[in-house]
Design a protein around this ligand. Structure first.
Ligand SMILES: [Zn+2]
Length: 216
């Protein structure tokens, strides 16, 4: 389970009702043959807004985003508690469940450090740096990413060496070292925590998530 939750790929999979044939929903030992799935709203529920659930570790640290269905399974199996409810409810033949919005794992899951060393993308670098050029502090449109130590001088493509930079700063710095150009990043770059990835996975973060993300 830990691995599944920690898998970054779990984050972005808005497929309500997918995988219902596995029959794993049955709470309390009911055999369910997959028929006990929470119906994700046959009605016109505002699905897009609420298909994702924020998952907190037992320590309240946000660790991931999962589907409503996955969250419902965790709650029904008493592996997670529901901290925030969304609108509406999930129905199956046997039970009704409030629609989860934020859940917290009952048991602490150790997240290997490496999990958060996810692959670098421009999007993630910009989100980590709050969409602000690390050299001049401008919140520019069309930010680029810059190797602090240029690749031509042995700089690697790692979190610690890549920052958000506006195009003019990037050009100005060119192939020089920070001290040669007298341009130093405002924050020393490092691998971002899970919150950055959660924000990327859910571009419109539901209000109910905010307090939990702020605390992180
Ligand atoms: Zn700049």
């Amino acid at each position: 389970m830990a691995e599944e939750l920690a898998d970054p790929e779990v984050v972005d999979r808005p497929r309500p009702g997918a995988g219902t044939a596995r029959g794993r929903v049955g709470a309390n030992g009911h055999r369910s043959n997959g028929a006990g799935r929470p119906s994700n709203g046959a009605g016109p529920a505002p699905r897009a807004a609420s298909t994702r659930v924020l998952v907190l570790n037992a320590s309240y640290e946000p660790i991931n985003v999962c589907t409503v269905r996955r969250a419902a399974v965790l709650v029904l199996k008493a592996r997670a508690e529901m901290l925030e409810k969304g609108d509406g409810a999930l129905h199956s033949e046997r039970l009704d469940l409030d629609r989860p919005c934020v859940i917290r794992l009952v048991r602490y899951v150790r997240i290997p450090r490496d999990v958060h060393r996810r692959k670098i993308t421009r999007k993630a670098v910009l989100a980590r740096d709050a969409y602000t050029c690390q050299y001049c502090g401008r919140e520019a449109a069309g930010l680029t990413v810059d190797h602090v130590i240029p690749r031509s001088k042995g700089g690697r493509s790692v979190w610690e060496n890549i920052v958000a930079s506006c195009a003019p700063c990037n050009r100005k710095k060119g192939n020089r070292l920070p001290r040669e150009a007298a341009m130093h990043p405002a924050n020393s770059p490092r691998a971002p925590g899970p919150t950055v990835f959660i924000r990327i996975a859910a571009p419109r973060v539901p209000h109910a998530w905010e307090p939990y993300l702020l605390a992180a």
